[in-house]
Design a protein around this ligand. Sequence first.
Ligand SMILES: C[S@@+](CC[C@H](N)C(=O)[O-])C[C@H]1O[C@@H](n2cnc3c(N)ncnc32)[C@H](O)[C@@H]1O
Length: 295
Amino acid sequence: MSGTQTFLLSQRDTPRVESKNQPVLACEDNLVFMRQFSDEAVTLVVTSPPYNLGKNYENKTSIDAYLETQERVIAECVRLLHRRGSLCWQVGNYVEQGEIVPLDVMLYPVFRAHGLKLRNRIIWHFGHGLHCTKRLSGRYETISWWTRSDQYTWNLDAIRVPAKYPGKRYFKGPNVGKLSGNPKGKNPSDVWDFPNVKNNHPEKTIHPCQFPVELVERLVLAMTDVGDVVLDPYMGVGSSIIAALMHDRMAYGCDIVPEYVDVARQRVRECHAGVLRTRPMGKPIYDPNQSNGGH
Ligand SMILES: C[S@@+](CC[C@H](N)C(=O)[O-])C[C@H]1O[C@@H](n2cnc3c(N)ncnc32)[C@H](O)[C@@H]1O
């Protein structure tokens, strides 16, 4: 694989690269790929593993075998996570004959056993998906955000969203008349509304389960600084890579399906050329009750 020398990083300092380098994308099993990183080399691990649903990129196994594999991959991610670093594991439910198994709940003890601290369980809500007939249709997945220590990189201002009532002022007390909210906007909370990548989404590729880039952008901006290292060990078509590059972070990713890696590389070329289509952060969700969908 190319670029090996670029990511055997120092164990002592936060890994940083000041220039916008080429990302390292490999068509490789993630345990093999990650072996080449030094301890504490990565500031943000952000990923969405297979959910053991028998998609065309995975072999469906027993839930126990699935969790054992996840344990091995998570252990390696923890090894290379910087002490100021964050790990974001995005999952939904494993479903067996109509019974759901929430994978974040199953994986919670695995992360805890490594001494990581859970900062948020982010609910990613989206509008489209299968219509269930015998239970409620699923319209959210979760992102478990874990940190290695209490001293983690955290840039709240970078991800503030417009306040509902920006002009609201204190009406009594010592601050009466002053603005009561933060003029930079409000905390986006732990419930996130981003459209999932279906056929009419500008980022849609051949991959059946892509991250929307705007979702990863929010994580990258909040949990890393410019030049930090971002890794996605189940990269798919490289949505995390794109989010990292758009904000001048170093990006590393791997996937075992050559076609996905090819698409990821093409997306990187388009990103560098300034022609990659992504849904911009902050764009309102389509609302059929408003004129032009509220856009
Ligand atoms: C849910 S998808 C991730 C999609 C990705 N977030 C994106 O936006 O394109 C999971 C990916 O993990 C990949 N994968 C499965 N087992 C893997 C392994 N052992 N090493 C690396 N990638 C693997 C699959 O090919 C699939 O693309």
